[in-house]
Design a protein around this ligand. Structure first.
Ligand SMILES: NC(=O)c1ccc[n+]([C@@H]2O[C@H](COP(=O)([O-])OP(=O)(O)OC[C@H]3O[C@@H](n4cnc5c(N)ncnc54)[C@H](OP(=O)(O)O)[C@@H]3O)[C@@H](O)[C@H]2O)c1
Length: 314
């Protein structure tokens, strides 16, 4: 009898079909099935489930659930909404996702580094104006969050000769990267980062982390890339630092409300580039393999992969 693994997700039909198709290949000895197709007896057998934006009321219909494997890397909503802390949560930790995100960090860093927003604006008014080029060695990049994604991004930026400064909750080291932790470490990193990249999880501690005071610590003319979560930056403070031109430009991929409402002033702001949450998309192919490996190991050995620390929120 193949193990039955419920898929508890709020996805559209096409996305659900993609996941099921990829799990058939990645996990041929199991039957990954949408929760709604399972009988009460089948639900009672499940000790683990695959989740993507699950309704926690649905998870409550799995009486023996011990562990969930998220298809997403960011799990702040699941941590907030799943009151039963006897259920362990594993977030998606996929090397391919880290590589894709690192590529996006490099791409949008180069967009800012080579003044592309400015040249686009000049084209709109037929202005032929050449600006000096800064060498990568003279443009330090600060990365907030030195986890799976932050480290991959740091490596990619170093390979293009940008000096990299990284900030994490606990002190850490990384070759060729200057590392910082703690509030004082954050202040130092901000004061030296000409481009700031956010790759932090959203937790009570990181919500509103980039307030007016911290944004003001960035050097005059710095730029910012938020690939983490919208509420890490205070909206009013961001708009103010852009309007006073202390901050030159912001590339925003993530927002408090997604999709970003058409009335949001970000859309038409000359110094904001809006992206529709595309910096680090989950790959059906590789993420299904990662999830299948974790579940297979759990079913065979009882060993869980790394799980979210509920008190830290990530
Ligand atoms: N835009 C997208 O498409 C997209 C895609 C995937 C993920 N994301 C976002 O990226 C986030 C990071 O992913 P990840 O896989 O790199 O996570 P991760 O491996 O858990 O790393 C998180 C990093 O943030 C640090 N951190 C957490 N709280 C902190 C705090 N209060 N102060 C300082 N540093 C703190 C951690 O410090 P320690 O090293 O000390 O633990 C760690 O270095 C996700 O949570 C998600 O929100 C976005």
């Amino acid at each position: 009898m193949p193990a039955i693994i419920p898929l508890v997700a709020r996805l559209n039909d096409w996305e659900t079909a993609q996941w099921l198709r990829h799990f058939e290949t990645a996990f041929p000895n199991a039957r990954v099935a949408p929760l709604e197709t399972l009988t009460p007896q089948e639900r009672a057998q499940a000790r683990c489930a695959i989740v993507a934006n699950p309704d926690t009321a649905d998870l409550a219909t799995l009486p023996n659930l011990k562990w969930v494997q998220s298809l997403w890397a960011g799990v702040e909503r699941l941590v907030r909404e799943l009151p039963d802390d006897t259920i362990a949560i594993t977030r998606m930790n996929d090397p391919q996702l880290a590589e894709t995100m690192a590529e996006a960090v490099l791409a949008w860093t180069l967009y800012l580094h080579r003044d592309m927003p400015l040249y686009r604006q000049q084209q709109n008014t037929a202005q032929w104006v050449q600006h000096d080029v800064t060498l990568p060695k003279d443009r330090p990049i600060g990365i907030l969050g030195l986890g799976t994604l932050g480290r991959a991004a740091a490596t990619k930026l170093r390979s293009s000769n940008f000096p990299v400064l990284g900030w994490s909750r606990t002190p850490t080291t990384m070759p060729e990267v200057e590392t910082f932790s703690g509030k004082d470490g954050l202040d130092t990193l901000l004061s030296r980062s000409r481009i700031l990249v956010l790759l932090l999880p959203l937790t009570p501690e990181t919500t509103g982390l980039l307030n007016a005071e911290r944004l003001a610590r960035l050097p005059q003319g710095a730029a910012l890339i938020n690939f983490a979560r919208g509420p890490i930056i205070e909206t009013e403070a961001l708009l103010h630092t852009l309007e006073t031109r202390h901050l030159n430009h912001a590339v925003l991929d993530v927002f408090k409300n997604e999709p970003l409402p058409p009335t949001c002033p970000y859309w038409s702001h000359p110094h904001i580039t809006v992206l529709p949450h595309i910096s680090g998309p989950t790959s059906y192919e590789t993420a299904s393999k990662v999830a299948a490996h974790n579940i297979r190991t759990y079913l065979e050995t009882g060993n869980l992969p790394p799980i979210v620390n509920r008190s830290q929120g990530y």
